[in-house]
Design a protein around this ligand. Sequence first.
Ligand code: KG4
Ligand code: ZN
Length: 414
Amino acid sequence: MLILNKTAGVFSKPSKRNMYEFLRSFHFHPGKRFLHKLVLGIETSCDDTAAAVVDETGNVLGEAIHSQTEVHLKTGGIIPPVAQQLHRENIQRIVQEALSASKVSPSELSAIATTIKPGLALSLGVGLSFSLQLVDQLKKPFIPIHHMEAHALTIRLTNKVEFPFLVLLISGGHCLLALVRGVSDFLLLGKSLDIAPGDMLDKVARRLSLIKHPECSTMSGGKAIEHLAKQGNRLHFDFKPPMQHAKNCDFSFSGLRHIIDKMIMQKEKEEGIEKGQILSSAADIAAAVQHTVACHIAKRTHRAILFCKQRDLFCQSNAVLVVSGGVASNLHIRKALEIVTDATQCTLLCPPPRLCTDNGVMIAWNGVERLRAGLGILHSTEGIRYEPKCPLGADISKEVGEAAVKVPRLKMKI
Ligand code: KG4
Ligand code: ZN
């Protein structure tokens, strides 16, 4: 059953004629050519229009993506109506490209899986209305997908990972720690109380005007910080990791961001430069920011691992930590997490970078997982809505905080 919340929205459907012409553009093969069930996945929750066809065994038969990053980089952030317009302009082409690459005709699909929560309302609406039109014309089952669940389960496409496992999702829009117990069984251990780490790194990079730096002009904020940090000395600045006295698994990045902003302002004064010019100490600041973020993420994750061990929530033989999201591609942060998993005898796994960020494959794969488990497959889509806000699983973060697990100090020699 679909749970609706107050922010659930209504979508507007594209014209039936357009969809009919779109479907007619495919060559329909008679009879069954594929041995395995096939799922088309569609993702439009934020700023990527993505689609993929994945079979029951995890083979990616075709995929396509249109990223809006370049447009949003110029405006200094995502403007939802712009994102919506770009999704509208690209969704048909992207779905067509994924299907054509897979050599699967729409009639051969077993189901269509689409992200319906959480995300930007205007963006989610485009994917959902397009999918419902497709489902209606093709008379196929529809599988609504939770974007975070899809991120969390992606690792099972690339690695043989059994439930339960711990997942850390860190990106521009996400920051959470959850125990994955099954296809639709999640325990939320902690989340960011304000902004996500990628969002913070993007804001710091913007404040440092890294877009004007010749080596960083085409990079996302987080990537620019990582790049510049390699040339800097983190010991020149001393930023304290947030929430050191809160013995839970929640995160916070806003306070740290304001402290960094103040420091940048002070340095601009000292160096006698205007806001918008690049500081000579930018690389040192980048290195210190990156290290502080890495230490904060590592500490919260360390506590989550110890909590799961204390409560016997892991698999007896092997405790696994999966790290995903755009920020997971940061090698300094990964190294900090490796120090934690080495100290706790855990296995650290990351999906390959292209599956860490938003993509259509993870949505199709979640559709496959749900199809195999017989969970959440809809034969009628009446009353279905997108949900911009939707938590992941059962929230036990309060209980985690009450347990107040002590975390031994680890040397973050990176
Ligand atoms: O997962 P993603 O593509 O999109 C969502 O936010 O959902 O993640 C993008 C975020 C951006 O904030 C970007 O600055 C950050 O991931 N990012 C990085 C790195 N590459 C991308 N952060 C730190 N280090 C990186 N190498
Ligand atoms: Zn995402």
